[in-house]
Design a protein around this ligand. Structure first.
Ligand code: NOJ
Ligand code: NOJ
Length: 518
């Protein structure tokens, strides 16, 4: 894998050069060491690996195509905007959603952090700076959710492509946006600082860091404004990430907790001790509040408190992924992707979606309740949004949800590999039984397994191979050009909903990144 990365980067840079018409890079051969040059000629080992390698470049190229300036699909969007999809009608997704933009920009931050001195990263850094500048403007734009004065306007979920407010009726406010944006910008600030260590104490420090974080109040710095918003509004209801239900939500709370914890660390780094204490205090309360989302009777997490829905939702997976502490942080994760609560929720969701969608019907395993296999996953069982409008027959599988299931499994495999230790609890047992159902191995409650146990290796292998099954589903439903829309049809399997959904590409890239970590 270590060898693959530079090779893939070359592909990225090449594609990037095409998309943005930058001059060819003279330093390219540096990426491609002698070993990699040989590697490139070796036949690839399996068709899935080969497809992933190709799709990875396409996904990054198509993601960047939706980012202004420079993106070929968004020529008329304001500099720094990340458009949800180029689709302008049926459905119209030609807007900047705060959530979609922050999530997909965090993928760009990861790429930047991988190799900050590359030409790709120089271009990414410009994009990230533009993104940050536009977020400042958006934060200060009066909109139907409110204004900057009391920060209520930060809960506005989407803006026009030119940066002006969207004034149509909508499910607002949505309180995950400011948390996600703070997470992405804090990650960028840390990555940038790590690659420019002299910056912190240099003369230029203020002009680079201050717009992002500054202790003064009222908080006009972007990250601090978002942290103030999160810390003051987390216990109020708002619309969920699917923009449909007003209430208190797992996904929202998970990303808010991460933002507040990492925000407290950042505040300390800037000697803003009062703020650090306040954010930590709110984080402690929020962490306690999150316990309410575990439903022992149902045996899984629920996405929204006191909802008429059953609670299974791919937002549970997304919350565990986006709420997971940053590389730069040192917080004990809660509801991590490898926690028992998240894994049994994944199992329950997969079992529901498996029989719900005709394309998932697997003759090999019929309705066997104890099986875990890769299938197309949608948002939640009760969904009726079909990508264009409402369809009472129900929703469809989504690329980003299917990718999130793969990512959870890959990250669990990585965690087990590095911790060398797995204790099976009564809560987690159903997941591990289903995982191993095709073998004769039986996990036992209260047993702890490690590298000297056969079952430990089987668990890691199965996590990876079932993760690959989810990626295989994405592969099957991707069109010939490698484009990913929002959904794929529950009956025909063809793509539907907004085309070239930025978030579909981001979620795919994140899953593949986790796969490389194995
Ligand atoms: C558009 C929203 O973005 C989507 O989440 C929702 O399901 C549909 N409208 C239907 O309300
Ligand atoms: C509908 C999804 O439900 C929502 O989460 C997303 O922000 C918008 N589409 C834009 O992609």
């Amino acid at each position: 894998m270590a060898l693959l990365v530079p090779f893939v980067l070359v592909a990225y840079v090449a594609l990037y050069a095409v998309a943005f018409s930058i001059p060819p890079l003279h330093s390219l051969p540096n990426f491609l060491g002698a070993e990699n040059a040989q590697d490139a000629q070796k036949p690839l080992q399996n068709p899935l690996d080969a497809w992933i390698q190709r799709e990875e470049s396409i996904a990054l190229d198509n993601l960047l195509a939706n980012v202004a300036p420079g993106g070929r699909n968004v020529r008329d969007a304001v500099k720094g905007s990340v458009i949800a999809s180029p689709s302008r009608q049926h459905p119209n997704y030609f807007y900047q959603w705060v959530r979609d933009a922050a999530i997909t920009t965090s993928t760009l931050v990861n790429l930047y952090a991988d190799d900050p001195s590359s030409q790709l990263s120089a271009n990414l850094s410009d994009i990230l700076d533009d993104y940050a500048r536009l977020q400042y403007r958006i934060q200060h734009t009066k909109n139907p959710s409110g204004s900057f004065d009391d920060l209520s306007g930060l809960g506005e979920p989407k803006f026009e492509a030119d940066g002006s407010p969207f004034v149509g009726s909508w499910g607002r406010p949505q309180r995950d946006g400011p948390a996600l944006r703070a997470i992405t910008l804090m990650e960028y600030l840390r990555a940038y600082n790590a690659s420019h260590p002299y910056m912190w104490t240099s003369d230029g420090a203020d002009s680079w860091f201050k717009p992002l974080y500054d202790a003064s109040m009222p908080s006009h710095s972007i990250i601090k404004a978002d942290l103030e918003y999160v810390s003051h509004y987390w216990n109020q209801t708002g619309f969920d990430l699917w923009e449909e239900v007003d209430g208190l939500h797992f996904f929202t709370a998970m990303v808010q907790l991460r933002a507040l914890r990492e925000g407290a660390d950042l505040a300390l780094a800037f000697n803003d001790t009062g703020a650090a204490e306040w954010y930590s205090k709110q984080a402690t309360l929020l962490k306690k509040f999150l316990q309410l989302f575990w439903d022992a009777r149902r045996g899984h997490l629920i996405e929204t408190l006191n909802s008429h829905r059953g609670g299974l939702d791919c937002a549970l997976l997304l919350g565990s992924l986006h709420g997971y502490p940053s590389l730069y942080a040192d917080h004990a994760p809660i509801y991590s992707p490898y926690s028992d609560e998240v894994l049994v929720s994944l199992l329950a969701l997969v079992q529901d979606q498996r029989t719900r969608f005709p394309i998932n019907a697997a003759p090999s395993s019929e309705d066997d309740e104890t099986v875990l296999e890769g299938v197309g996953i949608g948002r939640y069982p009760e969904d009726v949004y079909d990508g264009y409008g409402t369809d009472q027959r129900g929703g469809n599988p989504w690329f980003l949800c299917t990718a999130s299931a793969a990512e959870v499994l890959y990250r669990t495999a990585s965690e087990l590999t590095s911790s060398s230790n797995l204790t099976i609890t009564a809560t987690g047992l159903p997941f591990y039984e289903a995982l191993l159902s095709s073998s004769s191995l039986q996990p036992e409650v209260d047993e702890t397994y490690g590298p000297s146990d056969t079952i430990f290796h089987s668990i890691i292998d199965r996590l990876r191979s079932i993760g690959d099954e989810f990626i295989e589903v994405i592969k099957i439903h991707t069109d010939a050009k490698g484009s990913l829309s929002e959904q794929f049809d529950r009956v025909t399997g063809y793509e539907r909903g907004a085309n070239d959904l930025t978030w579909s590409y981001g979620a795919f890239l994140q899953a593949i990144r986790a796969r490389k970590g194995l």
